[in-house]
Ligand binder design. Structure first.
Ligand SMILES: Cc1ncc(COP(=O)(O)O)c(C=O)c1O
Length: 403
């Protein structure tokens, strides 16, 4: 559009000269999308099972989202939080009516939502218990974002290398290690931070027993249980929020990605009692909850809250999972398919990145985490025949290349 006339290769060459080198990008650019499909700038069509990393959960060009963006652009895009923002109030109302939470703070990304949660937990701990209580416990192999505090909460040293000194007061336990968690939590613990399913870490679900232990420890020691639902919230697992699958409710939850249907937004939700730790001036974001982002957030929720929506998501997700399980058995790839709803991981002992590339050549976008787990994040409203197409393409790729 702005670089008309350039080939993809020429555009990439310009990109390399002017855009900071922070991403290992595939050699393609996406120009447009509709439903579960995207087209690259050269006109090739792909079935998209990445969806902008779990952002475009209702697919591309969803009429409700298009309408909300168009209408809001005609009215007002931004006003600031010096004034009340009606769409922000409406979105907070929808989110609180459908979750454990009573109050919402809006920001612009997942990292910011987690940053806000960490700050709220520390304020809450100091207010009620004193200066000693500031420690945050998170899980090894987790991912919580790239700001200094959130990459410190992220239990993977590869994201932390080069950024020392990191903020103090963070420690980690292994996934589902209830005994390790019991040994770590004490009166200095301000919060336990958990992704209900580790997304970037390779699609590893947290067990019900571990969640339960975390809840009990938080209750005993006056710590907050924070669920990072940035990736798994907003319908990804087949319920509006992933915690709804368990009997465990958090005190704080973070959202981003799919909440804005492609428009940047983040949110940090808390119970009434916890939210009171923030007073005017304690935290803020210029763009947070602006009229555009929250108009789209409302539109996204209205679609997801329609009668029967999640039942349908769950049925199609189960159909897809069974299809992947059949392929994993057919090609004897070893470990079982992990995940829930439409966040599924297929662990492979070899060839992960190569399979992604072979799929891309055939017109299916998927990604591979850590070089060894294929991750599938299709739109949650993907059609059954599109699931069949994806399974067929995977079957083709494995029959040609899996030895
Ligand atoms: C669980 C989780 N938390 C936080 C983040 C960070 O979100 P963002 O990239 O919007 O800052 C991500 C991003 O992948 C995530 O998956």
């Amino acid at each position: 559009m702005m670089l008309e006339g350039l080939t993809t290769q020429d555009m990439i060459a310009v990109g390399k000269s002017v855009v900071m080198n922070t991403y290992g990008r595939l050699p393609m650019a996406i120009a447009k999308g509709e439903g579960s499909w995207v087209w690259d700038v050269e006109g090739k069509r792909y079935l998209d099972f990445v969806t902008g990393l779990a952002v475009n959960s209702l697919g591309y060009k969803h009429p409700a989202i298009v309408k909300a963006v168009q209408q809001q652009a005609e009215e007002i895009l931004h006003t600031s939080n010096l004034y009340w923002i009606p769409n922000q109030v409406a979105l907070a109302k929808r989110l609180t009516e459908h979750s454990f939470a009573s109050k919402v703070f809006f920001c612009n990304s997942g990292a910011e939502a987690n940053e806000a949660a960490i700050k709220l937990a520390r304020k809450h701990a100091k207010k009620h218990y004193g200066e000693h209580k500031f420690e945050i416990i998170s899980l090894k192999n987790s991912f919580h974002g790239r700001t200094l505090a959130t990459l410190t909460a992220t239990g993977q040293t590869k994201y932390q290398d080069g950024y020392a000194p990191l903020p103090a007061g963070f420690s980690y336990v292994a996934l589902n290690d209830s005994e390790g968690l019991k040994a770590k939590v004490n009166e200095n613990t301000a919060a336990i931070l958990i992704e209900p399913i580790q997304g970037e870490g390779g699609v590893y679900p947290v067990s019900e027993a571990f969640m339960q232990t975390a809840r009990e420890l938080c209750d005993t020691y006056g710590a907050l249980l924070i669920f990072d639902e940035v990736q798994v919230g907003m319908g990804r697992t087949g319920k509006l929020f992933a915690y709804e699958w368990s009997g465990v409710m958090p005190d704080v939850m973070t959202l981003a990605k799919a909440l804005g249907g492609g428009v940047p937004i983040g949110a940090m939700l808390a119970t009434e009692e916890v939210a009171q730790a923030f007073q005017p001036g304690d935290h803020a974001s210029t763009f947070g909850g602006n009229p555009l982002a929250t108009a789209v957030g409302c539109a996204v929720l209205d679609v997801m809250l329609e009668e029967g929506f999640f039942e349908d998501v769950q049925n199609r997700a189960e159909y897809f999972k069974q299809g992947l399980e059949r392929l994993a058995a057919k090609y004897q790839t070893g470990e079982p398919i992990r995940g829930r709803g439409f966040i599924l991981g297929w662990p492979l002992p070899k060839l992960g990145p190569e399979i992604v590339e072979f799929c891309r050549e055939k017109g299916l976008l998927i990604n591979c985490i850590g070089g060894k787990t294929l991750r599938f994040l299709p739109p949650i409203n993907v059609k059954q025949e599109e699931i069949d197409q994806a399974l067929g393409l995977l079957d083709d790729v494995f029959s040609q290349h899996w030895k």
